[in-house]
Write a protein that binds this ligand. Structure first.
Ligand SMILES: NC(=O)c1ccc[n+]([C@@H]2O[C@H](COP(=O)([O-])OP(=O)(O)OC[C@H]3O[C@@H](n4cnc5c(N)ncnc54)[C@H](O)[C@@H]3O)[C@@H](O)[C@H]2O)c1
Length: 357
């Protein structure tokens, strides 16, 4: 069947902070039309629907899924609802773009994977950093062998003050703190660029020493749509070493609060032929004619640009739904990243290294 000229009718579930980037990207995408918006908060859903021209507004996602004219959904809700809504959407015959993290636990991730296999529908995990233009460029360099064998990567995403409060700091809805919220991105990106090696063992630490530091004044930070600092039972910071079966290793650290001089984001990869930094800006290191060369690709965005990356992620999702391309972030990768995150929490709780089979 030809999909030429067909526009996918999209439902966006969850109309809080991140949904704006999804809605904007669907609006720009020539393959999609925004048909419906759903949020528990009706005013929020109505405002988004009015802004983006969606005909239907729902407060119950099951009603949105019952609409046979909807082809695909974006899930932009709290983490504890991702698995349930993904499975319901797949069973209703919809393609799914699910925000990161794919879900809270390995058990949930396995159920989502089964639902994808049963339904035959696409589920793209919202690992948006994979879709950034700079990462696309670097992936081509890596695939062409410019870095050789990548044996070490390190990534750091430190906020000195940045616990978003609300559901993010309520572990029953988030599944954890900066590790599951920020660590998921940098662990996934390094693992993807390293060629998705098989995990051998993981050692992690989590810390709850500072709290959310809601007392700090005169310094603004990212907050959930329903900001509330009164509840906080997630870690302030975490670190981990992930060892892979091919001998490579990944070192990460993340924080919502830390006595750091400033916020910091870096993602670095080291191979036996060359190296690369994805953040703070793309640079590729090599050795030529007995000389160390740092090359700077000349591209629109050398560091992460949210509207570019979400635009590319959603265009790719639409292309996958229409059978033109394969998703770059399938459910299998969502499951493997969930395994890594869970093992870091488990290692921290037990104080021992976790071995994978
Ligand atoms: N890719 C990224 O870089 C990125 C950035 C921020 C957030 N996120 C992810 O996006 C998701 C949402 O984060 P946010 O910052 O927009 O949070 P938010 O609190 O601003 O918005 C979440 C919205 O979901 C709604 N909601 C919750 N459960 C619902 C349900 N069952 N049905 C309908 N609506 C429901 C809430 O009412 C709220 O409006 C999270 O999973 C988060 O991890 C991803």
């Amino acid at each position: 069947m030809s999909t030429e000229g067909k526009k996918l009718r999209i439902g966006v579930i969850g109309a809080g902070s991140i949904s704006g980037l999804h809605l904007e990207a669907y609006k720009q995408c020539s393959d999609t039309v925004i048909a419906a918006v759903c949020d528990l908060n009706e005013e929020r859903a109505k405002a988004a629907a009015a802004k983006y021209g969606a005909e239907q507004v729902y407060t119950n996602y099951r009603e949105l899924l019952a609409d046979p004219s909807i082809d695909a959904v974006s899930i932009c809700t709290w983490n504890n609802t991702h698995a349930e809504i993904s499975i319901a959407a797949l069973e209703a015959g919809k393609h799914v773009l699910c925000e990161k993290p794919m879900c809270k636990t390995v058990e949930e991730a396995e159920k989502v994977q089964e639902a994808v296999r049963r339904s035959g529908k696409i589920l793209q995990v919202g690992f948006v950093r994979r879709y950034a233009g700079s990462v696309d460029v670097l992936k081509r360099f890596i695939d062409a062998g410019e870095l050789g064998e990548i044996y070490y990567a390190k990534a750091s995403c430190l906020r000195r003050l940045g616990n978003p409060g609300g559901w993010f700091s309520d572990s029953s809805r988030s599944g954890g703190g900066p590790l599951i919220d920020l660590g998921v991105h940098i662990i996934d990106l390094c693992w993807y660029l390293m060629g998705r090696p098989k995990v051998k063992s993981i050692s992690g630490n989590t810390y709850r020493n500072l709290g959310n530091r809601a007392n700090v004044q005169n310094l603004s930070f990212y907050k959930a749509a329903d900001y509330d600092a009164s509840r906080n039972d997630v870690e302030d910071a975490a670190n981990a070493v992930i060892r892979f079966e091919n001998g490579a290793s990944l070192l990460v650290d993340v924080s919502f609060t830390l006595h750091a001089a400033k916020d910091e984001l870096y993602i670095k990869l080291y191979g036996d032929k060359g190296g690369a930094e994805v953040e703070p800006a793309l640079v590729v290191m090599s050795e030529k004619y007995d000389t160390i060369v740092n090359s700077t690709p000349q591209i629109d965005h050398t560091s992460f640009d949210a509207s570019e990356a979400f635009g590319r992620e959603i265009a790719h999702f639409a292309g996958s739904c229409l059978g033109r391309v394969e998703t770059l972030s399938p459910v299998e990768d969502g499951l493997e990243v969930t395994r890594m995150l869970s093992a870091i929490y488990e290692s921290a709780a037990k104080g021992t290294e976790i071995h994978f089979d």
